[in-house]
Each structure stands twice: as structure tokens, then as C-alpha cells.
Design a protein around this ligand. Sequence first.
Ligand code: 5GP
Length: 194
Amino acid sequence: MTDAHERRSRLVVLAGPTAVGKGTVAAEVRRSHPEVWISVSATTRKPRPGEENGVHYWFVSDEEFDRMIAEGDLLEWAVVHQAARYGTPRQPVDLALASGRPAMLEIDLQGARQVRETMPDALFVFLKPPSWEELVRRLVGRGTESAEERERRLVTAREELAAETEFDVTIVNHEVHAAAEQLVALMTHSPTDL
Ligand code: 5GP
């Protein structure tokens, strides 16, 4: 028998339409399953109130993001909502996988597609809203975006919903704790189960 800690773990990539609650589900996994390693992305967007550098994101300048791209530091990166750049620092992912810890990325669809090219063995999980109406309600309810920004995100969300078929597994986000538990259960399955 192989000791799980001696084995490289399988990366789980969580994606889904905007406002489906990816960030909330990831935060719930972080809270209830500290054994799971969750990537901290770099972004050029400004921090929202309560967001901390190194915890929610690495908040970097455009110049710093350019440097990370040029030096090959990012596993994937994308411009999200035509507004800011977001990317996954490569080295922490490699270290987490090598340590055998369950590891996940919470990224947008463009990023997930890039990871599929470079890491086809990862498990791609699509987080889906219970309905389109619920997705709109969550986007409006969050209240952190302007009307123009919301409209832009809804256009992106419609396109993103159509991408479900590209994924290995779908989780419907009826309730955040249940969705987080389903996600963690997928991470702790042996790779041959899926
Ligand atoms: P927010 O600005 O609301 O924190 O995140 C906006 C979007 O950026 C979310 O859909 C989130 O999944 C995505 N995102 C966060 N980090 C990354 C990343 O490292 N790479 C990519 N491609 N998307 C990311």
C-alpha cells in the first residue's frame, strides 16, 4: 500500500460562472478543511474592504504581473471581466502537489482551460448555480459591483454556463457547506475512482 503522503496529490480545479459562489465555497473549504491547500492568486485588481494581501490574493502592480508572466512564474493567467489580470503562481502549486496535500485552484474558465492543456491529469470541477434566476439574484445581492460591471459579468456568466460539458464533474451550489463537502470528497477519492 502507498502512503498517501508519499504520493503526489491530484490537483482539483474549481471553476464556474461569475457569482456562482466559487470564492465562498473555497472559503468554506479553507475554514472547515485546513488540510486542503488552496492556491492564492496574484491579481492586478485593487483589494476590496477586508481583503488581505497574501490571504485572499497577492495584490500586485501591472509591472509586477508583467514580470511574473515574463519569468514563467504563472501556471495560468487571464484578464477577467475585461477588468483586471488574475494568475496562479506556479511554484506553490508544485510544492503542494509534491507534498501529497489535497490541493485546489479556484479560477475562471479561461484559466481552467489553460490548466487543462498543461496539467490534463487535474480534476476539473464545474460549480453551477441552482438556476439562472438564482445566479442573477446572487450577483445583484452581492452589491459590490456597479450596474455596468454587473451587466458585463452577466454576459460573461451566460457564456461560462455553457462550458459545463468541458468539465469532469459538476457540483450544484444549493448551499455552501454541502458544496464544499462534495468538493473535498472528490479531492480525497483516489484518482482511479473518477
Ligand atoms: P474577484 O475579483 O471577484 O475576486 O474574482 C473574479 C474572478 O477571477 C473569479 O471568477 C475568480 O474565479 C477569478 N480568478 C481568481 N483568481 C484567478 C486566477 O488565478 N486565475 C484565473 N484565471 N482566474 C482567477
